[in-house]
Design a protein around this ligand. Structure first.
Ligand SMILES: *Cc1c(COP(=O)(O)O)cnc(C)c1O
Ligand code: SF4
Length: 472
């Protein structure tokens, strides 16, 4: 029987959340912006901080569960604790002007409609869909748009099951934040396994399915089953790899251990593995502090026992994990537990970027610093990588070539597969945080892919992918 290590939490019901010691499955309890007053340990941070949280939470989504509150956050270190920073709203997530506009409404206790109206106005200023996700990646089957599928790279389709468009807790820096604030237009979701499976069946080049969200692991196993079991069908033999992106491993590890349908879920993984497919749980883990509880380790052990792999990924985020030592310790611990570090992402140009962004030059220093501190087995993580419109672009290094200081860049994934692994160069810029802020080095006026990418945008939609498929 697993017991859960606890941190010091004044006045919360630790017993209930930690749960497992008396043999009972812990029950998920969720807190949102309406329940800020009910989170006991927040009280010690004072009225002013609580007010700031309310202001920010009326614009950006907030949701946290009992496991995170009671087991992951070190309240003695809040608000500087990394898991606190990862889940609780902070004033500087909005730029000062936006914050002030919203704070003013709260101070005079403005009517709810007025707050909602301003919230939408501000959200639209926060680049809710970076990297042209809405316009460019919507594929079709039998002349209809396939709901919930994004097919940007030849080998891999992303799928967003409609019931998985939420998470056990929300990350403050999340680039999917627009999906959580209830705007139907901004949701990319699906109702149907059938359409997805048809789409996959028609594409023999497609080897990977990546289920994502939100978090598909918030779904009951019986809702996941039609998708996962569907993949066992002969006509989907070419789909060799099933990845499931999730934060549940660290935010609700009970999903794989004590939840009622945990065993059934692991049984599904097992069947996929037995059928000859590679199953990878793509675990989103931002800090080693998420990996210290015995229940987390038990979840890892149980997933691996099915034959599924666990690969890990995280963005690099200021105030949460912006140090080489944090990454090195996290990667070492992952390798020790049998997980495989996969991606270090650059925080996207959306939402609360004011607070979280780290310049590319600094991101590369942190990546390198972490790499220097670990053995080869932990050097599997690619990065720092930007998921930009044309593809995933990695900052490989900084070099001086014929007297010009440059970033050495490469695509690790591209809308045109032919772009992948081709080195290219941008002028070094200490402040730049994203690809669109970089300019080509050596007096070139464009990066090598720009003309082609512009043509793709003009053409838009699935045709882009097909063109790439034919060329390759
Ligand atoms: C990252 C990503 C993938 C997967 O790319 P890999 O290089 O195989 O990890 C697929 N689709 C989209 C849209 C992505 O951003
Ligand atoms: S778990 Fe992923 S999708 Fe969910 S809030 Fe965090 S970053 Fe966003």
């Amino acid at each position: 029987m697993t017991t859960v290590a606890k941190r010091s939490i004044p006045g919360t019901r630790q017993q209930e959340a930690a749960g497992t010691q008396d043999g009972q499955a812990p029950k998920l309890q969720v807190f949102t912006d309406r329940h800020l007053d009910k989170i006991e340990p927040l009280k010690r941070l004072g009225e002013e901080v609580l007010f700031e949280m309310k202001v920010v939470a009326s614009v950006l989504p907030f949701r946290v569960n009992n496991y995170v509150i009671e087991n992951l956050i070190d309240w003695d270190r809040a608000p500087d604790d990394p898991i606190f920073a990862l889940t609780f709203p902070q004033r500087d997530m909005l730029d000062p002007e936006m914050y002030e506009q919203m704070a003013e409404l709260h101070r005079r206790e403005a009517p709810k409609e007025e707050i909602t109206a301003l919230a939408w106005k501000l959200r639209h200023q926060l680049n809710p869909h970076p990297a042209g996700q809405m316009e460019m990646n919507l594929p079709e089957v039998n002349g209809e748009t396939v709901e919930g599928v994004q097919h940007k790279y030849r080998e891999t389709a992303l799928f967003f099951p409609s019931q998985g468009q939420t998470c056990h807790s929300y990350c403050t820096f999340c680039f999917r934040w627009a999906q959580f604030v209830g705007d139907k237009d901004l949701k990319i979701a699906s109702k149907e396994a059938g359409q997805l499976l048809d789409y996959l069946a028609e594409r023999p080049n497609l080897t990977d399915l990546l289920m994502t969200g939100g978090d598909p692991m918030v779904m009951k196993t019986k809702h996941l089953a039609p998708y996962l079991e569907g993949l066992l069908d002969e006509r989907l033999e070419h789909v060799q790899t099933v990845r499931i992106g999730t934060k549940a491993l660290s935010f609700w590890p009970y999903r794989f251990v004590t939840d009622k349908d945990a065993d059934e879920l692991l049984g599904l993984f097992e069947r996929l593995v037995e059928s000859g497919k590679h199953v990878a749980v793509m675990a989103h883990i931002n800090h080693y502090q998420e990996m210290e509880n015995p229940i987390f380790r038990e979840a890892v052990r149980r997933i691996r026992a099915t034959g599924a792999e666990i690969r890990t990924q995280s963005p690099l985020i200021k105030h949460i994990n912006d140090s080489g030592e944090v990454w090195a310790r996290m990667w070492r611990e992952q390798v020790r537990l049998g997980m495989i570090p996969y991606y270090m992402f650059v925080e996207r140009d959306t939402g609360a970027k004011y607070r979280f962004e780290v310049p590319l030059a600094e991101a590369h220093r942190i990546y390198r610093d972490a790499m220097k501190k670990v053995s080869g087995l932990a050097r599997t993580a690619r990065g720092p990588s930007m998921s930009a419109g044309p593809g995933k672009v990695e900052v490989q290094g900084v070099a001086e070539i014929f007297g010009e200081k440059v970033f050495v860049l490469r695509f690790v994934q591209g809308r045109n597969p032919d772009w992948v692994q081709r080195p290219f160069f941008a002028k070094y810029d200490e402040q730049a945080t994203w690809l669109n802020e970089l300019t080509p080095a050596f007096g070139e006026d464009k990066f090598f892919f720009e003309d082609e990418y512009e043509a793709m945008q003009a053409d838009s939609g699935l045709k882009v992918i097909d063109a790439a498929e034919v060329e390759a």
